[in-house]
Design a protein around this ligand. Structure first.
Ligand code: FNR
Length: 352
């Protein structure tokens, strides 16, 4: 099967395979404030993360490109939505365009449609610093994502089987490119040990990309003759992964992604330590099934609802939302307790 056909398979199966909302987000509860002393018009969603100036904490996470006309059209429409709503956008892995220059236009369209926006390049951890520079230049990227996708590769019939030296290559890329490097998972989460190793290697930002959303084990299992079913339930759920990462981040920004589908879950992800939240599957589904206007409307609605939630909590900024007191219970509490991560500070802090 060609790389281009595989890209389309991923889109098709991601749409067919939409997950139900992960209930792990229910483990995080805000404490209601009857006197928030706030005003909707004072709430600001912008912020700065790892050297990137974002007008919103919500962004369109990496999906596609490199699969000819169909992926060109999806990237074009995602870029128009990003430009009109002011959100950042990552493209899908650009290795196909590095290997075949005829695929470049499927990525370049993103910069064409959004000349002034924050656009993020994307490669896998097999890439070297030369690949990284080409990917960044191709779309005049403001940052580079390097994705880690061991479980996807193992489940993919034609996937990689050798995962040695990834951290060395990431370190090399971080020291050779002149934009912030974001290392991300694709939906299996990261432990605090992984996050620590990535920050030591020079990553400017880590996107923990937890489980609970698009499931690349299920997608690749659909493409296999003999399934590897044990990978379908593999991984660290997104809220737990954000909390693991935050426990060691020492002020270096964490991004949360994997399974976000509502403003309340986005607010929870930010409150427990993420500085931005990436959405892929939900935005793809909205675009393909309902069209570009619906996607723009969806992003605007998420912004409006997040503003309402922040007003209710008395948080004027994303920095203040990260101080909102929350109760952490259930599976998440159990996990963190076993890992020696203290949940009490989250319930006892205040915004003021
Ligand atoms: C992805 N994702 C992805 N990630 C990446 O770093 N490079 C890539 O090329 C792709 N390709 C891709 C294709 C499709 C069709 C989807 C839906 C997703 C993963 C994506 O960025 C994200 O990490 C996961 O999808 C989890 O987030 P959601 O979908 O649960 O919001």
């Amino acid at each position: 099967m060609s790389r281009s056909e595989r890209k389309w398979d991923h889109i098709r199966f991601a749409l067919e395979n939409r997950q139900n909302r992960s209930t792990v987000f229910d483990d995080i509860q805000f404490i209601h404030q009857s006197l928030p002393n706030s005003n909707v018009s004072d709430v600001r969603l912008n912020g700065s993360i790892g050297g990137l100036s974002l007008s919103s904490p919500i962004f369109i996470n990496a999906m596609t490109g490199g699969g000819g006309e169909k992926t060109y059209q999806i990237n074009q429409q995602l870029a128009i939505a990003a430009a009109q709503t002011g959100v950042a956008m990552a493209v899908g892995s650009q290795m196909s365009a590095i290997k075949d220059k005829h695929e470049r236009y499927t990525y370049e369209v993103v910069r064409k449609e959004n000349p002034d926006g924050i656009i993020i390049a994307n490669l896998g951890s097999e890439a070297n610093s030369e690949n990284a520079k080409l990917a960044i230049d191709m779309i005049e990227a403001n940052a580079l994502q390097i994705h880690l996708n061991v479980i996807q590769e193992l489940t993919m019939p034609e996937g990689d089987r050798n995962f040695t030296s990834s951290l060395n290559r990431i370190e090399e890329i971080c020291s050779h490119v002149n934009v912030p490097v974001i290392v991300k998972e694709v939906g299996f989460g990261m432990s605090r040990e992984t996050v620590e190793a990535l920050f030591s290697a020079g990553a400017a930002i880590v996107d923990v990309g937890g489980s609970g959303g698009t499931n690349f084990a299920e997608i690749e299992n659909k493409r296999r003759n003999q399934s590897l079913p044990f990978f379908n339930n593999w991984g660290i759920p997104t809220p737990i992964s954000i909390l693991e990462g935050s426990s060691v981040s020492k002020g270096i920004p964490i991004i949360g992604s994997g399974g976000f589908s509502s403003s309340i879950d986005i607010a929870k992800g930010l409150a427990i330590g993420a500085s931005a939240i990436g959405l892929a599957g939900l935005f793809l589904q909205t675009l393909v099934e309902e069209g570009l206007d619906a996607l723009i409307q969806k992003i605007n609605t998420l912004h409006m609802e997040l503003t309402m939630i922040m007003t209710a909590l008395g948080a004027k900024s994303i920095a203040e939302l990260k101080k909102a007191p929350v109760i952490i219970s259930g599976e998440t509490y159990h996990w963190l307790t076993q890992r020696g991560i203290d949940t009490k500070p989250y319930s006892q802090r205040t915004i003021k």
